[in-house]
Write a protein that binds this ligand. Structure first.
Ligand code: KDG
Length: 316
């Protein structure tokens, strides 16, 4: 039995040794980067059963990505290797001044060639939740079909479907995002947008209105991420703000949203209320920002307990 099934593209991530403009950076650490696998690894660290579906290049990078995810305790039995397309690669740029960013080398990647056939019915039939992000439908037409079909089949199998918009402006433009993602949200149960994503998709920067509008579209639980200001959670029984957790120093915010999703789904799997699950999400998201990689900061149960106990005074 799988608690959470997810699918998406994961790339080799080249993470700069130092911060500064990428053109001057000579040394990198090799890691993996992929929103959905980050989320699956976060859940696995917390003791949940997760499976990640994808396609990788039949190349050393694909092997490395698969081995890393499998080594973190995620079921990779549904991962395929494509002999005709490469594994994607991305570079992170960390800037002390100005915005940090990413550079992608993923056009035509193996993952971008996924189709609905990459997701076997058997994988869905054995799972409780399906988690998707707005990155996959931006990769190609066949990936868009995969996401639409996955949601449709997950609904037939009675899975709870969670969705993180994860808008990537380097992959598509806002009009296309709205046109593609809003109809998907109608068929999802849980939606986890960042405040800026709500603004792009719904044209309002009020967290309460964003939550209401996603719920009016069909989602039952919406958690709007507000960064250092915490999160706003809305369900049939609650509409409230939850405080953020403080960390000494934010090293890299990339990956925080994936940790947040892992914390939220972990809480709901443990039958915490949406508010308590949001609190766990905020804690895991905060810990993810304390390291340069996307997954190294994701906590085990005992690390999470230690971190949250240290900050009980901040709780209501
Ligand atoms: O959420 C972090 C991820 O965005 C990053 O590691 C890579 O999945 C990724 C993407 O497509 O941007």
């Amino acid at each position: 039995q799988t608690d959470v099934l997810t699918l998406g593209e994961t790339m080799v991530l080249l993470n700069p040794h130092e911060s500064g403009p990428l053109r001057h950076i000579m040394d990198f650490r090799k890691r993996i980067g992929g929103a959905e696998s980050n989320m699956a690894i976060g859940l696995a660290r917390l003791g949940h059963q997760t499976a990640w579906v994808s396609r990788l290049g039949a190349d050393p990078h694909g092997q490395y990505v698969r081995d890393t995810i499998r080594g973190a305790g995620v079921d990779t039995q549904y991962v395929a290797f494509d002999a005709d397309a490469p594994t994607g690669i991305m570079f992170k740029e960390r800037r002390e001044l100005g915005e940090s960013g990413v550079f992608y080398y993923r056009d035509g990647s193996a993952a971008s060639r996924m189709t609905p056939d990459d997701l076997p019915d058997e994988a869905l039939a054995n799972a409780k939740y399906l988690h998707l992000t707005g990155i996959t439908p931006a990769l190609s037409d066949s990936c868009r079909k995969l996401v639409q079909d996955a949601i449709h089949r997950a609904n037939q199998h009675d899975l709870t479907v969670s969705f993180d918009p994860n808008l990537r402006f380097k992959l598509w433009d806002p009009a296309e995002m709205r046109e593609t993602l809003l109809p998907l949200v109608e068929k999802c149960d849980i939606v986890l947008p960042g405040i800026e994503e709500g603004e792009v998709l719904l044209d309002t920067d009020d967290p309460e209105t964003i939550a209401e509008e996603f719920r009016a579209l069909g989602a039952t639980e919406v958690v709007v991420k507000l960064g250092a200001d915490g999160a706003f959670v809305a369900s049939d029984s609650v509409a409230q703000r939850v405080e953020s957790y403080k960390v000494d120093r934010v090293i890299d915010p990339i990956g925080a949203g994936d940790g947040f999703a892992a914390g939220y789904l972990s809480g709901r799997l443990d039958e915490l209320s949406p508010t308590r699950a949001t609190d766990r999400a905020a804690a895991v998201g905060a810990l993810a920002t304390t390291v340069t990689g996307d997954i190294e900061g994701l906590p085990t149960r005992s690390e999470l307990a230690q971190f949250t106990n240290d900050q009980t005074d901040r709780l209501r």
